[in-house]
Design a protein around this ligand. Structure first.
Ligand code: ADP
Ligand code: MG
Length: 769
């Protein structure tokens, strides 16, 4: 036993000791423990001190309310979750119940305690079912999502949700709420409490699979660029390998390509600042043409819209748009009407979102496979909790085929064979097109079945729940119904339990284990077989020429060699996703640093931090010095312009006694400042705060938007001689400094030129210049 396991088992012993004592308590006494624990926490005990007793109380409540007493392995898992490990517990082991113990313990602190899961269905199900336990014990619980995903919760509803001791929600909702909470305009509008403890259910899906797509909030429309058309045409004139190179899902211009672009657009240096927009559009067009494939990455709907496809599930991602103009570049390529580009107002990646919690833990049936990456990116250790009963599922060896025709043929034969005995069969494919193919073949065999590839977690859960009943055949994508409990119907155990047939190698081994895990829960019988072929999606990296030789030209190839090739492809594929995720982390860490500074400044202002007048005047002076320095020819026209644009709408004659323009402007600004101060009296400091907040938000929105574009543009530079990340960091630093300057200018401009009126509740209404 290693050190961690020893500690977990030691604590398990303590919990069990307490369990025997707690059993004797009446319901009333049991509930009262919550008050006692809260008091003891207030008196200085820690959650670690309380763990044995609080866990025991929760176990007993689980039993009295739900009729389930946590197994020892579940208590072990609960302890590991409290200690902030990532727990691997097999599907069906009861992770939902496991989470009740650490959630109760941490909920006692009165700090924000949250369980995040993969979809709305699971969040609502668990909040409702487990909620009874917390309520019995006197803690409040809420689901952070609604059944209807189009329904928007208002501020007051969100306040109520996040005020609950324990919240069950999805990673998407939590992320957007976090961003929105940092966009509010007054402290009364804030609805989130300081983040404290989180358990992430289906943690590999959330922390790894969702990690390369950041959350973005879009705001006001951007002025439409006219560069899409011309750059789109330009890239179609390029020759592969001569002008541009495609490799590893990246594309960039060669030196020759760069020269050509400079001639084409009649510019001197494609990479200089003033040509940023041209470069950005060229990169977008290159990607649209050479990395994005119609019907693989996106589809064009009948109404002429681009809808992205989720590569891992093949699902249409309705409403999802690529950022930074990528969407418009694809529209241009497909000759569609360009949709309105939106600015990004706020953005965060999941890595950074979860790193905001001082205490973070996670659980999943398949997380150990990602343990190195999780350690590196999240600094989290994975603990594997043994199953309650030994696993009885038979995972038969993979079957290898040369072509998908043979592969599908074999799958259907196996399905028919098993279906004839009454055994339930669950067919799992990674691509949506494969589920459709399977369905067609099943119809030919006259086998009734359900297909799950819609985008509705509630509906899917209802169907997949039934997948363990006698005679039932279900076809699903690998993500469909994750986390849903599949119970075996009566008589199914005798037939060998649920049979899972996997079609095609998946992008990583986690997805495959997840698929197998649908069968054989809690020591029940079950069987899984995977059918793979050289035409599986993962094999595309072997190259068309290579595959053609074996498939179309029908060259002989041994099973052993097929196996080797498929394994190798999968390995490359999953390594490349790991690389992409790490890259996303590196890029976001730049924004993360900036975001931290901005949110802190913002929060201080919201909380009423007043701005020192001398500080404001010194900023004013700095602005003027900057202006004077950057304008070599300072005639009276320029000076007057500056006054009108920044200091006052009314121009006064230059005072004879001031020696130079700089002093004149400084004096002028002091005068304007004092006039404003006098006119607002005791509301002046509030006014300054609002004006500053506004300047801060305007500046930050620009910066977020720029960083997104910069990232898109930079990744299109040749990676051969340049360190892209380094360049990104340098440019991001420069733009941050520029932003600071422009915020300082806007602050003063807002303060001196803002027009104030008062509403009926005497609230301040400011018309900004
Ligand atoms: P997981 O999330 O680990 O896949 P679930 O939390 O969905 O598993 O639980 C699977 C099933 O096991 C559920 O039907 C649940 O009611 C049952 N279960 C979990 N823990 C216990 C327990 N201690 N005693 C009895 N049944 C349990
Ligand atoms: Mg679960």
């Amino acid at each position: 036993m290693n050190k961690i396991d020893k500690r977990l088992h030691f604590l398990l012993g303590k919990v069990k000791e307490e369990c025997t004592k707690v059993k004797e308590l009446s319901d009333y006494e049991l509930k009262n423990k919550t008050n006692e624990f809260k008091r003891r926490l207030a008196e200085g005990e820690t959650t670690d001190d309380l763990l044995p007793e609080a866990f025991a109380v929760c176990c007993e409540a689980d039993y009295r309310v739900l009729g389930m007493f946590p197994f020892d392995v579940q208590i072990l898992g609960g302890i590991a979750l409290h200690l902030c490990y990532l727990c691997e517990m097999n599907t069906g082991e009861g992770k939902t119940l496991t989470a009740t113990m650490p959630l109760y313990l941490n909920g006692l602190t009165g700090k924000s305690t949250i369980l995040v899961t993969a979809n709305e269905y699971l969040a609502i199900r668990d909040a409702e079912e487990m909620g009874q336990v917390y309520e019995f014990l006197g803690l409040s619980v809420k689901a952070g999502v609604t059944r209807d995903t189009n329904e928007h919760l208002n501020n007051d509803q969100k306040k109520e949700i996040y005020a609950a001791d324990i919240v069950y929600t999805t990673h998407g909702s939590l992320g957007f709420d976090y961003l929105l909470n940092n966009l509010v305009h007054s402290k009364e509008d804030r609805f989130m409490r300081e983040l404290y403890y989180v358990i992430i259910d289906e943690a590999d899906s959330v922390l790894l699979d969702s990690a390369s797509m950041p959350l973005v909030i879009s705001g006001s429309p951007r002025v439409q660029s006219n560069l899409y058309g011309i750059t789109d045409f330009f890239v179609t004139t390029l020759v592969e390998d001569e002008h541009y190179i495609v490799e590893d899902n990246k594309v960039w211009l060669t030196d020759k390509g760069i020269e050509y672009a400079q001639r084409y657009f009649r510019i001197e240096n494609l990479y200089s600042k003033e040509n940023f927009d041209v470069l950005r559009h060229v990169v977008l067009a290159l990607r649209a043409h050479y990395l994005m494939d119609k019907d693989v990455d996106y589809v064009v709907t009948d109404s002429g819209e681009i809808v992205l496809l989720d590569k891992s599930t093949g699902r249409k991602m309705n409403g999802m748009k690529l950022r930074g103009g990528s969407h418009q570049a694809i529209e241009e390529k497909e000759r569609l009407k360009l949709s309105q580009e939106q600015r990004s107002v706020a953005s965060i990646t999941y890595q950074n979102l979860f790193n905001l919690f001082p205490k973070m833990s996670g659980m999943s049936g398949t997380i150990a496979d990602g343990k190195d990456e999780l350690l590196e990116v999240y600094h989290k250790q994975v603990v594997v909790i043994p199953p309650n009963k030994p696993m009885a599922r038979k995972d038969l060896p993979d079957k290898y085929f040369k072509t998908s025709e043979e592969q599908f043929d074999a799958v259907i034969k196996e399905t028919v064979k098993r279906h004839n005995t009454g055994q339930p069969v669950l067919l799992i494919a990674s691509l949506i097109s494969d589920t459709e193919m399977l369905s067609k073949l099943l119809v030919q065999e006259n086998i009734e079945h359900s297909v799950l590839n819609a985008n509705n977690a509630f509906w899917e859960a209802e169907i997949i729940k039934e997948a363990g009943q006698k005679n039932v055949v279900t076809v699903a994508t690998s993500m469909a119904g994750r986390g849903t409990d599949i119970r075996l119907g009566s008589g199914v155990k005798e037939l060998g339990g649920l049979c899972v047939l996997g079609i095609g190698r998946m992008n990583n081994t986690r997805d495959e284990r997840q698929a197998r895990g649908r069968a054989g829960r809690q020591g029940e019988p079950g069987v899984s077989i995977f059918y793979t072929s050289l035409e599986d999606d993962v094999c595309e990296i072997l190259g068309d020429d290579f595959l053609e030789k074996y498939i179309e030209k029908d060259k002989h190839i041994s099973k052993r060699r097929i196996k080797k090739l498929i394994n190798k492809s999968q390995k490359i594929k999953s390594e490349s996703s790991v690389f992409q995720r790490k890259n996303a982390v590196d890029y976001d860490s730049v924004m993360q640093r900036q975001r931290t500074i901005m949110y802190k400044t913002r929060n201080d202002l919201l909380d009423g931090k007043s701005l020192d007048e001398n500080y404001l005047l010194s900023i004013c002076e700095d602005n003027i010095k900057d202006f004077v320095k950057s304008n070599k020819k300072l005639d009276s026209y320029a000076v007057h312009r500056y006054v009108l644009d920044n200091l006052s709408y009314r121009l006064q004659e230059m005072d004879e006694s001031t020696k130079n323009q700089k002093d004149y402007l400084i004096q002028y600004s002091k005068m304007a400042f004092n006039t404003k101060k006098k006119s607002l009296g005791d509301r002046f400091s509030e006014y300054c705060r609002l004006c500053t907040l506004r300047a801060l938000d305007d500046g930050w929105v620009e910066e977020v938007d720029y960083l997104q574009q910069l990232q898109a543009a930079i990744s299109g530079r040749s990676s051969a001689q340049r360190n892209l990340l380094f360049e990104y960091q340098r440019e991001a630093r420069i733009s941050f400094e520029d932003m600071e300057k422009s915020i300082k200018k806007a602050m003063i401009r807002n303060i001196l030129l803002g027009e104030v009126s008062f509403g009926k509740d005497n609230e301040m209404i400011i018309l900004y210049p």
